[in-house]
Structure formats: structure tokens, C-alpha cells
Design a protein around this ligand. Structure first.
Ligand code: CU
Length: 153
């Protein structure tokens, strides 16, 4: 009887350790592409509820330079889409069209041109489980076409 209890306790401890390691960190990778026709290839991105951070890579599959057809990826609360596009325009190309001081920016990549890519990593702790957010490209004139929804959980 004692031996059985000891075995049960030992396996419970093992399960506990495995759960703790799993809960510690889970980096989830996302990928999105922008092209020379001012389009993202995805209108929706989904982040699973157990992801503790997201590593998003934006790839520009086109050939045009970033001065002509640059793209970035900026995550915001949906009602802030226009405000963030606007503050980005003011920040200008030297700042990748992102105002780093704008608290409405939840995450952002730099601006990329044809053949380039950029990665941003952000914690999901700032996101609400079951929440829906929006992403956009803040290159002037792009956000009306280049935007989508990111769901968490
Ligand atoms: Cu763009």
C-alpha cells in the first residue's frame, strides 16, 4: 500500500514538473507576406491561447523598393487603426512609419521592401484571451487595403 502511494506521488510530481515547464514559455510563430500589389496574403491570424509570445515574420515577396512599396506590420486595438496610421505617417519613413511613443502601437515590424523580411516578437500578456485585434501596414495610403484581424485564444 505504501509503495503504491509512493508511486502515485512520484508520478504526480513528474506531471507537475512537465506542466510547469510547458506553462513557462511557448513562442508561437506567425508569417505574413506583403506584395507589390499592396496586399497582405492573410486577412486573419490566429494565436493559440497557450502562446506566451508571438514571433511574427513579415516577408515582402515583391521587387519594388521600400520607398515605393514598403510594408510593415503594426498590431493595434481595432478602434485605433486610423489613429495609428496617422501617427505613423507623421513619424515618417526614417521611423518606419511607426511612432514608437504611441501607446496605441501594440507591436510593429520595421518597413521592408521587395525581397526583405522583418521579425517582431511580442508577449501575449498585453492581449486579452478571446480578444480580437487588428493589424495594418502604416505606409501612407496602404492601411485602407492592408489590414486584417489577429485573434488570441
Ligand atoms: Cu504596405
Amino acid at each position: 500500500m505504501m509503495r503504491l502511494i509512493r508511486q502515485v506521488l512520484a508520478s504526480a510530481a513528474l506531471i507537475g514538473a512537465a506542466t510547469a515547464a510547458h506553462a513557462a514559455d511557448k513562442v508561437c510563430k506567425l508569417a505574413i507576406t506583403g506584395n507589390d500589389l499592396m496586399q497582405y496574403d492573410k486577412q486573419e491570424l490566429v494565436v493559440a491561447a497557450d502562446c506566451t509570445s508571438v514571433e511574427l515574420t513579415l516577408t515582402h515577396s515583391g521587387k519594388l523598393p521600400k520607398e515605393a512599396m514598403g510594408h510593415n506590420w503594426v498590431l493595434v486595438n481595432t478602434p485605433d487603426l486610423s489613429a495609428v496610421a496617422s501617427s505613423g505617417m507623421t513619424a515618417g519613413p526614417a521611423n518606419n512609419y511607426v511612432d514608437k511613443a504611441d501607446k496605441k502601437v501594440l507591436a510593429s515590424t520595421k518597413l521592408v521592401g521587395g525581397g526583405e523580411s522583418a521579425t517582431v516578437t511580442f508577449a501575449t500578456s498585453a492581449l486579452k484571451k478571446g480578444g480580437a485585434y487588428s493589424y495594418e501596414c502604416t505606409m501612407p495610403g496602404h492601411n485602407s487595403v492592408m489590414h486584417g484581424v489577429l485573434k488570441f485564444g
